[in-house]
Design a protein around this ligand. Structure first.
Ligand SMILES: Nc1ncnc2c1ncn2[C@@H]1O[C@H](COP(=O)(O)OP(=O)(O)OP(=O)(O)O)[C@@H](O)[C@H]1O
Ligand SMILES: [Mg+2]
Length: 468
């Protein structure tokens, strides 16, 4: 049996093939679409680990809407010796503030902790694979390397493959984006980490294959005529493009052997970044980004808002100092309700539901011309209308970067748009009308072929697995 694993930023899927037929496996019974495993991990205080849709449900049930009290604890060690001994962990600790002339011994390691936190949710782990300085994180006294966290999600794919094979599946073809990062070194770090994660999950031999090329194989393995194809795969974390020549030879093996990659390109700009951009444009003002406070009518500090878009770190703002400061600024604010909403957001750790609602609104705009972003929770009373045209405007600069990738792939392939036979689209973000319009304008709708949005990459990887 041959196995292909698509570890996605948002969704993961696994496909197996017996050499003739490809089957997408059901890996998350709790999800609306059981063939997709949301790439989410929840680690509870007692060490329990939950992956997929259930991870999000449990996080919301146990963690959201909880009054958080952050405590500063002295770790009882000097920051220098600590950092020297275990550099990986230093990111989670901050030294106490001291002035530069103070004796160095005074620098003690302190951590802000949330002593009642029931559990932590990890999202978009694939995007953190590339961050050289992010090695992992501390959760409830245990250190987890990012590879281990990733492996916890991949293990579900492994178990599903083992179950259908009736024995351990040792070899798998894993997808990888064309560019995990625009920085070559970061890109190499990410691939290395994903390999280690796959091995921790139990796959002994791991072969990597470009995700958009896999989507191309899925389409072209049956093509009797040789064609010049472009694949545009835009998911949660990356926009990947490839130009290929495929098909025409006799039989799948020969077709694959004679296929040619003419050009690839990619940028780490996709669904996650789009969600953050909507939050920035539509919700920052609802939380007071344009408000002024105090006698000099100053704006609120920007870092408060950047953390709203980064909900996983929102809890860090929940210090007594910040909350008291927000109470004081609300009193002198020209928009007290907005500042109160911000305090409620931070106090109730409500960032994840906000991010979820924004993502849902974005998805609704793929079929509707307008929608309301509705967030109602205690002092947060937001009802923001978002129209499709305004949404397209908000993400215009991102579409430009995607288009630049497409142009780059064409350029390396020395191909003009009119020489492309078909443009295959896949990945959830390709469902956005503005993305389709961008492709339409360049290639014309007759040449756009929408492939299976969430599973064409895994299918292609399982096909390829037979031949590598
Ligand atoms: N109907 C829709 N309209 C707009 N966006 C959508 C829609 N459905 C899903 N998305 C977005 O698509 C993204 C997920 O797509 P997909 O599952 O293809 O990504 P992925 O494979 O996990 O990520 P990547 O390939 O970048 O690692 C998310 O950002 C999601 O919000
Ligand atoms: Mg993908």
């Amino acid at each position: 049996m041959f196995c292909g694993v698509d570890f996605g930023t948002t969704n993961s899927s696994v496909a197996v093939s017996n050499g003739e037929r490809v089957r997408i496996l059901e890996i998350d019974p709790a999800n609306d679409n059981p063939t997709l495993l949301p790439s989410l991990l929840y680690i509870a205080r007692n060490g329990e680990r939950i992956v997929g849709r259930a991870a999000a449900d449990v996080y919301i049930e146990r963690n959201v809407n909880r009054e958080i009290e952050l405590k500063q604890v002295d770790l009882g060690i000097s920051i220098e010796s600590y950092v020297a001994a275990e550099p990986d962990k230093s990111r989670d600790y901050r030294p106490a503030e001291t002035d530069d002339d103070a004796p160095r011994e005074a620098v003690r390691a302190r951590a802000m902790i949330d002593p009642n936190e029931p559990g932590r949710l990890f999202q978009s782990l694939k995007s953190s694979l590339r961050h050289r300085t992010f090695h992992g994180t501390e959760a409830f006294g245990e250190h987890y390397q990012v590879e281990e966290l990733t492996a916890m999600i991949l293990r579900r794919a492994k178990e599903a493959a083992d179950a259908v094979a009736g024995k351990p599946v040792d070899t798998a073809v894993f997808g990888r984006p064309v560019r995990f990062s625009e920085d070559a070194e970061e890109d190499a770090v990410a691939e290395r980490r994903l390999r280690v994660a796959a091995q921790i999950a139990g796959f002994k031999d791991v072969v990597f294959f470009y995700e958009p090329v896999a989507a191309c194989v899925e389409y072209a393995i049956g093509a009797e005529r040789r064609q010049r194809l472009m694949v545009v795969d835009i998911g949660g974390g990356t926009c990947d493009v490839c130009v290929m020549e495929f098909g025409g030879a006799h039989g799948p093996a020969a077709r694959l052997a004679e296929s040619r990659i003419l050009g690839v390109a990619g940028v780490p700009v996709a669904g996650d970044a789009i969600d953050k951009e909507i939050i920035r444009a539509k919700l920052f003002p609802c939380f007071g980004s344009r408000s002024r406070y105090g006698p000099s009518m100053l704006p609120l500090p920007q870092f408060l808002f950047n953390t709203i878009a980064d909900w996983q770190n929102l809890y860090r703002l929940n210090t007594e100092e910040n909350i008291n400061w927000l109470i004081a600024s609300e009193m002198s604010s020209d928009q007290p309700r907005a500042v109160r909403a911000l305090r409620c957001l931070i106090r109730n750790n409500y960032g994840y539901p906000v991010a979820r609602e924004v993502e849902l609104a974005k998805k609704r705009l793929s079929t509707q011309l307008e929608t309301d972003i509705e967030i109602r929770h205690k002092d947060i009373q937001i009802g923001e209308r978002l129209e499709r045209a305004e949404f397209a405007h908000i993400i215009e600069h991102m579409l430009e970067r995607m288009l630049a990738s497409i142009e780059e792939a064409e350029k390396t392939a020395q191909t003009q748009p009119q020489e492309i036979d078909y443009v295959l689209t896949t990945g959830g973000t390709c469902l956005i009308p503005a993305v389709r319009e961008m492709l339409d304008a360049r290639y014309g709708s007759a040449r756009l072929l929408q492939r299976e949005t969430f599973t064409s990459v895994a299918t292609g990887l399982a096909i390829v697995a037979r031949y590598v």
